[in-house]
Design a protein around this ligand. Structure first.
Ligand code: ZN
Length: 532
């Protein structure tokens, strides 16, 4: 029952039965909404687990301790289970389909209770309108947003390949300011994407200054994550230095064989910046493949002006040959992992039969040898017929683990709200958190359970400046996950991604269960959170 309904019922009873008032008061004092008994509590700060009961009242954690004798409307016995703060996913694109799929089941099934949308430079716009729409819909988890640089630039300059004029810059600053006033927690860039790729550092600094003024942070999908990675990290840190705001590096990785191992250098750069006194954090998804639109393999100049323009270039023999050179480069040395077989089509609405097939297979189906050149032709034809997304197996486990262990790195999914069964999306949208807890914590012992939970809870909460979530403590909102640390594991795979994880038993959002004994309830207790 919602708080509002509960309150109005109480007021109604008070009107007809004044005597009930006193009973209700005493009742309110003694009866809790929930007691979670006998669990191993991991509070999210990184402190060791301890045995305790948790009391929940009116959506918040009201008591932690021995609650054996306390009456509660509902008691959950968590013996043998871990009780932790609900996971906060700082890096998602889940806002895109949240109005159509407000249950966001692929996230709540993992124990995620708060998501951050608007990443990689792309956000709803205007943010204020969008947040109002979400508020008018019931959602299952809490939503926060960043404002996207690409979105703002597109509003002002379209998809033009040039630097901003002083007037345009001022206009963009105004849009960022409005977004911050509307409740954005910061600004994201997608400098690899269009039109962010056409901006210079000065533009991002100028916009970041506005974000900093409001106490927000700068989150970046950097200009390059393969060749050019080190310069891109330097640029990200410089933006923070010059604009005077915290920097957050999104989905950190080293793309392409020639760059493998460079996480040693990038993490050192982060450490040095922190040593200077900067506030820097990083997020990462626990997989060795990335996922994004197929145009990531195209040279940025060829994407100027939007779809019609791209098609015109693909029809022009000279320009097409030039685009091909760029794509071959990317297949050989960057996102393509050196081999067209490592590029798998994840969604392609023009011909869904191609979903799950790799670019080498599709090239062969067309009667050609799967060389990088022929694969580039295949890719251009696929894009010409209709855009799609891919999965790129271009990372190495050694970097994944090194990045994961760094104390400033939080776990995050970079996933989206998924329509169950549709296309072949990256499994990260279903499996990120259980995969970390099962594969990297329990099986490989890369991190302690407490440290990993910290990277899922208080670390992202701190980045966002959320003071009432991310830690299990009296007075905090009761966003809680109860899981079996001996069993929790992801089940989503590259070939069968639409599988919910195992071992996540209960998930509470603002004190109401959205997952109850591994079943989805009918509750939608999520809220829009605005930056203040
Ligand atoms: Zn991104």
């Amino acid at each position: 029952m919602s708080l509002l309904k509960r309150k109005s019922r109480f007021l109604f009873l008070l009107l007809i039965f004044p005597g009930l008032f006193f009973m209700s008061i005493s009742c309110q004092e003694s009866e809790l909404d929930f007691v979670i008994k006998n669990g191993s509590v991991i509070d999210g700060t990184g402190s060791p687990a301890f045995q305790a009961d948790l009391g929940i009242k009116d959506g918040r954690i009201s008591e932690i301790g021995d609650l054996e004798t306390r009456a509660a409307a509902r008691i959950i016995d968590a013996r043998g289970l871990t009780v932790a703060p609900g996971f906060i996913d700082l890096h998602t694109h889940a806002e895109r389909k949240i109005l159509q799929l407000p249950s966001v089941e692929n996230y709540i099934r993992q124990g995620v209770t708060t998501i951050v949308g608007g990443n990689c430079g792309g956000s709803p716009y205007p943010i204020g309108d969008f947040l109002q729409k979400v508020e008018a819909t019931d959602i299952a988890l809490n939503l926060t947003l960043l404002v996207g640089h690409n979105t703002v630039r597109r509003e002002v300059m379209g998809r033009e390949n040039r630097y901003a004029t002083a007037e345009e810059l001022q206009e963009m600053q105004g849009l960022v300011e409005q977004a911050m006033q509307d409740g954005a927690f910061g600004m994201s860039t997608g400098l690899k994407y269009i039109p962010g790729a056409y901006s210079n550092t000065e533009e991002v600094v100028a916009l970041s200054k506005v974000v900093g003024k409001y106490g927000g942070f700068y989150a970046t999908h950097m200009r390059e994550e393969g060749i050019g990675l080190l310069d891109a990290v330097e640029e990200a840190l410089n933006i923070g230095r010059q604009a005077g705001l915290p920097v957050h590096i999104s989905h950190h990785k080293a793309v392409g064989k020639s760059m493998w191992g460079n996480s040693v250098k990038t993490l050192k750069m982060v450490d040095e910046a922190v040593g200077e006194g900067m506030d820097v954090t990083v997020d990462q998804y626990p997989y060795t493949a990335t996922s994004t639109g197929l145009t990531v393999l195209f040279p940025a100049w060829s994407l100027e002006g939007g779809e019609e323009k791209i098609k015109e270039r693909l029809e022009d023999a000279t320009l097409r040959a030039k685009i091909k050179v760029g794509i071959v480069q990317n297949i050989l040395y960057d996102r393509g992992g050196g081999d067209p077989a490592t590029i798998v089509i994840s969604s392609y609405s023009t011909d869904p039969a191609l979903e799950g097939k790799n670019l080498a297979e599709i090239t062969e189906m067309r009667g050609n040898e799967p060389t990088p050149e022929n694969a580039a032709e295949t890719l251009m034809d696929l894009h010409y017929a209709g855009g799609g997304r891919g999965i790129y197996h271009c990372l190495v486990e050694e970097d994944v683990i090194r990045i994961m262990k760094h104390p400033l790195v939080m776990h995050a999914s970079d996933g989206a709200t998924i329509e169950f069964g549709k296309a072949k999306p990256h499994p990260r949208s279903y499996g990120t958190y259980p995969r970390v807890l099962g594969r990297y914590v329990r099986e490989q012992k890369i991190l302690s359970l407490e440290e990993s939970v910290r990277k899922m809870t208080s670390l992202p909460a701190k980045r966002l400046g959320l003071k009432d979530r991310g830690v299990l403590k009296k007075g905090m909102w009761a966003d809680i996950v109860i899981f079996d640390s001996g069993k929790v594991i992801d089940r989503a795979t590259w070939t069968e991604p639409h599988q919910y994880p195992e071992g996540v038993l209960f998930v509470l959002v603002n004190g109401e269960p959205v997952i109850d004994n591994e079943e989805r309830t009918a509750m939608y207790p999520g809220r829009v959170l605005r930056h203040r």
